[in-house]
Design a protein around this ligand. Structure first.
Ligand SMILES: N[C@@H](CCC(=O)N[C@@H](CS)C(=O)NCC(=O)O)C(=O)O
Length: 253
C-alpha cells in the first residue's frame, strides 16, 4: 500500500473502478489518498468479476515499449474504458493464448492475437463494422496490419517494396469505403489498429502514403485515442517507443 505514490494515474483510476468508485476529476494526490482509503476499508466488492476493468498484459507494462500493444491501446483509449496494464507473465494461465499481448476482458475472457483483441474491444464498444461485408473487410484490414508489423519488426528488417504493397491495400480499403474510414461509415477497430503502425512506416521507414491514406493519417491524428496516447507521452518523440532500442536489428538495404 506504501507504494501507491509510485503508481501511474491510470493504475490508480483502474483501482478506483475496481471498487466501483468514480475518480473523475481527481488529481494524482487525491487518487493516492482515495485508493488508500478504499483498500483500508476492505477488498473491492467485485474482485472476482474484474469490476468492469480491462487488463492488458505486455512486456514492461508498456513502460519501455509499445510493440504489439499499439492498436490495443488505441482501441482502449478510443472506447474510453478503464484499463490497467500488467507484465506479460502475470496473465492468467489455462487459456488458448500463446504470446503477448494478452487482454482480459471485464467478463474474465482472456484473449491473445492483436487483431482478435482489437475486434473484441471494438465489438463491445461501438467501434465495429456494421454490415456483413464490412465485418470481414475490417478483419482483412486488421490481419494485414498484424502481418505488416511482423515484416517491419527490427528483427525481420522490412522491405520497402513490400511496405509499399501493404500501403496500397490500405489505399484500396479507403477507396472502396469512400467514407474516409477503412471500412463502413464510422471509425472502427480496423482504423484504430492500423493507425500507429501506418504512421510508424510513413515517419520512420520512409513509406509514401497515397492520397487517401495521407488524408486518413491526418484524420486519425485528431482522434481521441491518438491525442490521449500523445498526452501520456506514448509514441511521441522521446516518449515510449514502438520498438525498443535494445532489440537486435537486421541490416536492410
Ligand atoms: N500473432 C501474434 C504474435 C504475438 C507475438 O509474436 N508476440 C511477441 C511479442 S510482441 C512474443 O512475445 N513472441 C514470443 C513467441 O512467439 O514465443 C499477435 O499478433 O498478437
Amino acid at each position: 500500500m506504501d507504494d501507491l505514490p509510485q503508481w501511474s494515474v491510470r493504475e490508480l483510476k483502474a483501482e478506483c473502478a475496481r471498487f466501483g468508485v468514480s475518480s473523475e476529476g481527481c488529481t494524482k494526490d487525491e487518487l493516492v489518498a482515495l485508493v488508500s482509503r478504499l483498500r483500508a476499508a476492505g477488498p473491492p466488492p467485485q474482485a472476482a468479476g474484474h469490476g468492469g476493468v480491462y487488463t492488458l498484459y505486455y512486456y514492461t507494462r508498456c513502460q519501455e515499449l509499445v510493440g504489439r500493444s499499439h492498436g490495443i491501446l488505441m482501441c482502449l483509449e478510443e472506447a474510453g474504458v478503464t484499463y490497467e496494464i500488467k507484465e506479460a507473465q502475470e496473465v492468467p494461465r489455462g487459456h488458448s493464448t500463446f504470446a503477448p499481448p494478452f487482454l482480459q476482458m471485464p467478463d474474465g475472457t482472456v484473449l491473445s492475437q492483436q487483431a482478435v483483441i482489437c475486434a473484441a474491444i471494438g465489438k463491445t464498444n461501438g467501434l465495429y463494422p456494421k454490415g456483413f461485408a464490412e465485418e470481414f473487410v475490417g478483419m482483412n484490414v486488421a490481419h494485414n496490419t498484424t502481418d505488416l508489423f511482423t515484416e517491419v519488426h527490427p528483427m525481420a528488417g522490412g522491405d520497402a517494396r513490400r511496405i509499399a504493397k501493404w500501403f496500397s491495400t490500405y489505399e484500396a480499403a479507403l477507396q472502396n469505403a469512400g467514407t474516409g474510414y477503412m471500412v463502413g461509415h464510422s471509425l472502427t477497430y480496423a482504423d484504430l489498429y492500423a493507425y500507429q503502425l501506418v504512421r510508424y512506416c510513413a515517419e520512420k521507414r520512409g513509406a509514401k502514403p497515397g492520397p487517401k491514406l495521407a488524408a486518413w493519417l491526418a484524420m486519425m491524428a485528431q482522434c481521441k485515442a491518438s491525442k490521449s496516447l500523445a498526452a501520456q507521452n506514448i509514441l511521441t518523440p522521446g516518449g515510449v517507443p514502438f520498438m525498443p532500442p535494445w532489440l537486435p536489428k537486421r541490416e536492410t538495404s
